[in-house]
Design a protein around this ligand. Structure first.
Ligand code: GDP
Length: 431
């Protein structure tokens, strides 16, 4: 097999290089964004990197027992059962993509090699670089490359060698749960150290070891204690920030009910979400049901007086307005509200149903608000949980609470590392 790496500004350019160099039989093994150039992180830019091969033996035997000898472990291709179909789809999609993205050829082109490629190509406007068909193919390619990259991860093979079946199964489970491949690699090599000899042949022991290693990747704050007045003499003040619709108001109501009804604390609420009348009314309804004082702050000055009006409470919970992307003015305003409230904790609320890239974009957007912990909501609707670990690691924040349903006050729990590891391995919420 002949493996090569290509870098370009866009996926289309990188694919063109692959196509030109390796021809129609090229098989994409790995695609990723890498940062290049710059100095001390300034001026770095993203480029697409594609690792492609020619003449890949995708029908090679699957070896899943025992540690491989050194030469085998470093062999470049150790495909699993998934590989042939994926590689074939990738080749077809790559082919179709390149044909869809490039300018219309002057001379007639040879017939496409596979029926799938033919059907994709027939719907693709040949000159339309970036047209709908090219976009569709690009999406398909992105899905395929992500699967292939995970299954055939070169780094996983070099670090882990050929895996015993039980470990291999858990490794695939981590990848299916969308745990970042570098984290999955690290877990798997750690487990091999934990379970030497034939230890990795016992599925139950492997699962326990993987869960333990995985839990070590989950930073949590250990919430749960009743909030008391802060050492500065003010009520313990907690603000929730985050995009619209992630569940801030509902989560605030759950926290308020927990603190008041279960822990007997005197709780006050403030909402600064005055852009939506419904949001104020939503919180007022909860305040009335739970029996809490509530203040509305339309300006930072009103926020100061709202907090002062609740000075007798043990704990003040602040709801803020969601902010749309690129809404810098409103983000500045959010900062001003928080400066006036001086919260002791600021939780960034994120929905676990969102994609990793959306979550990271939201985290970046709300960074100026200075959140020091993350609440993940809607775990009951999430399809996979690996993103919790990936995002926590990328934004370097600890997880405080998880919410697992719409019902107030029940569907909230303190984040626990072992619980999140279990969710990732089981793939569903059992509450
Ligand atoms: P906000 O705009 O961030 O304040 O979000 P809301 O609190 O208004 O919630 C938006 C929607 O998400 C509402 O329909 C909530 O019932 C729902 N929601 C909140 N938390 C959860 C949760 O944990 N699971 C599910 N399934 N829905 C939730």
């Amino acid at each position: 097999m002949n493996l090569k790496t290509y870098r370009a500004k866009t996926i289309a350019d990188a694919l063109s290089q692959v196509k030109k160099d390796l021809g129609r039989d090229a098989v994409i093994l790995h695609t990723r964004m890498v940062k290049v150039g710059g100095w001390l992180g300034v001026g770095r830019r993203n480029v697409v990197e594609i690792t492609a091969g020619h003449g890949v033996n995708v029908r090679g035997p699957v070896v899943r027992q025992g540690r491989a000898p050194a030469t085998q472990a470093s062999a470049p291709s150790a495909p699993t059962e998934l590989a042939p179909a994926l590689a074939a789809r990738a080749a077809a999609a790559t082919d179709a993509y390149v044909r869809a993205a490039r300018p219309a050829p002057a001379a007639p082109q040879p017939a496409p090699p596979a029926p799938r490629a033919a059907s994709l190509a027939s719907t693709a406007p040949l000159a339309a670089h970036g047209g709908p068909a090219a976009v569709a193919v690009e999406q398909e390619l992105a899905a395929i490359k992500s699967m292939i990259a995970r299954v055939l991860s070169g780094s996983a093979r070099s670090r882990c060698g050929l895996m015993p079946a039980a470990l291999h199964d858990m490794y695939l489970r981590l990848l299916e749960a969308e745990v970042a491949s570098e984290i999955a690699d690290e877990i798997v090599s750690g487990v091999r150290d934990d379970l030497p000899g034939a230890g990795c042949d016992d599925p139950a022991a492997v699962r326990r070891a993987v869960a333990r290693r995985l839990a070590a990747f989950v930073p949590v704050t250990g919430e749960g204690g009743a909030p008391d007045r802060a050492s500065d003499g003010r009520p313990f003040t907690v603000a929730l920030v985050g995009p619209t619709g992630v569940g801030k108001t509902t989560t605030l109501a759950k926290l308020a009910a927990t603190y008041k009804l279960r822990q007997g604390r005197k709780v006050g609420l403030v909402t600064a979400d005055t852009y939506r009348i419904a949001a104020v009314e939503q919180l007022r309804t909860y305040a009335n049901i739970i029996g809490l004082p509530m203040q509305v702050a339309a300006t930072p000055a009103e926020m100061s007086s709202a907090c002062a009006a609740l000075a007798e409470c043990d704990c003040v919970l602040i709801d803020t307005a969601g902010r749309s992307p690129n809404d810098h003015e409103r983000l500045d305003e959010l900062r001003a509200f928080l400066d006036a409230a001086r919260p002791h904790q600021t939780h960034l609320v994120l929905s676990s149903t969102a994609s990793e890239s959306c979550l990271l974009a939201a985290a970046e957007r709300f960074a100026p608000a200075g959140p020091d912990r993350v609440i993940f909501t809607k775990l009951d609707e999430a399809v996979s949980f690996g993103v919790l670990v990936n995002v926590a690691r990328r934004v370097d924040a600890r997880l405080s609470w998880l919410t697992t349903g719409q019902e107030v006050p029940d569907k909230i729990e303190a984040s626990r590392a072992d619980r999140i590891a279990g969710l990732i391995l089981d793939g569903r919420v059992v509450s």
